[in-house]
Write a protein that binds this ligand. Structure first.
Ligand code: TXA
Ligand code: MG
Length: 319
């Protein structure tokens, strides 16, 4: 059930239940971070492998010290710059943080979301919330309450209504190793903006066979329709003429294809707007009974890098 009533969400969470809730990036599946019952439910509802750890969502910057220890100065600097907001920090965990959250790692992922309903909910609770994106493992992340409801009609009793997510792609994940700042997942904050705070950064190679962030597994964010991701949309169309094609484009429609079968993510040529519309467009195209979705490669800077990363993973067949 989709609801505006935060008190109902509080009630369910206090009983170790899992709910859907909005953040500025994507909707999450939330449970009490201090309840192993709730944490286990999240993994089983999502069918997520237990080796893929969860993010702890906190209500204010100070709460970071209750979850993590030996926090480097640069992490405080990043938190001050970007929280509340779409930045997740990987820090050394406090001993009391459950190994179920961290997949037995000695680090924990933390973020303070920037959504009024998420913050209102967190403020009414005596514990932080663990929350992965509210999609079944490897499916497209939801940016609307109804998509969460459709994914988990029986498993999730309540989804808090928070409108369409304004940012629309997941948080950027940053960790620290041997005085180096490392990007584990490209996300809603452009690398260029992170670098202004941190100086040099290293981006973890997503094709790495043993990824640091298991969410970096190759197949992710995938529609059920076959997706072709290309620099040259016009050529890809000619290669698939016998098929019912849908298009996902940056700023300009494609004259060869019926306009109802194409989604232009940002006619105003703005990468942030394109990112905000990305998952919703994938959901929509996926529901149109197409044979194939052809997606255009984005410029390789700012949030264009994040969009390319997600579309690239959506085409992978390997887990
Ligand atoms: O924007 C977001 O981050 C959304 C909203 C709901 O906050 N959440 C989200 O969660 O995207 P999820 O579970 O779909 O992705 C979390 C990522 C995974 O790739 C996981 O592997 C990584 O965070 N992660 C969590 N703990 C980690 C740790 N200790 N070390 C490295 N990576 C970690
Ligand atoms: Mg996810």
């Amino acid at each position: 059930m989709i609801s505006n009533e935060i008190s109902k969400a509080v009630h369910l969470l206090n009983q170790n239940e899992v709910i859907g809730f909005p953040t500025e990036t994507v909707y999450g599946l939330a449970g009490n971070a201090f309840s192993e019952t709730a944490i286990s439910k999240i993994y089983s509802i999502k069918k997520r492998p237990s080796f893929n750890p969860l993010i702890v969502h906190i209500k204010n910057k100070e709460q970071m010290n209750d979850i993590a220890q030996e926090i480097p100065d640069i992490a405080y600097k990043l938190a001050n710059e970007f929280w509340p907001g779409p930045l997740t920090l990987i820090l050394k965990k406090q001993p009391h943080i459950s190994n179920l959250i961290t997949a037995n790692k000695d680090t924990v992922a933390i973020r303070m979301p920037n959504h009024p309903i998420a913050l209102e909910l967190l403020n009414q609770l005596s514990y932080p919330l663990v929350a992965p994106s509210a999609n079944p493992y490897t499916a497209i992340s939801p940016t609307k309450a109804i998509q969460v409801q459709n994914y988990f009609p029986n498993e999730v009793q309540l989804v808090l209504e928070g409108g369409s997510c304004s940012v629309g792609v997941e948080s950027t994940i940053i960790g620290f190793e041997n005085n180096e700042t490392i990007v584990y997942r490209l996300g809603a904050i452009a690398l260029e903006d992170i670098q202004k705070v941190t100086g040099a950064i290293r981006v973890l190679n997503k094709n790495n066979k043993t990824p640091k962030a298991p969410g970096m597994t190759l197949k992710h964010y995938a529609p059920t329709t076959t997706l072709v991701f290309t620099q040259n949309v016009s050529e890809a169309i000619t290669l698939h003429t016998s098929k019912k094609i849908g298009l996902l484009l940056f700023n300009t429609p494609q004259p060869k294809i019926d306009s109802v079968l194409q989604i232009v993510l940002s006619p105003e040529n703005d990468l942030k707007i394109a990112a905000a519309n990305l998952y919703n467009a994938l959901h929509e195209l996926d529901n149109r009974n197409l044979d194939i979705i052809i997606a255009e490669r984005f410029p390789d800077y700012g949030l264009g890098k994040t969009i390319n990363d997600r579309l690239d993973r959506a085409t992978k067949t390997e887990h």
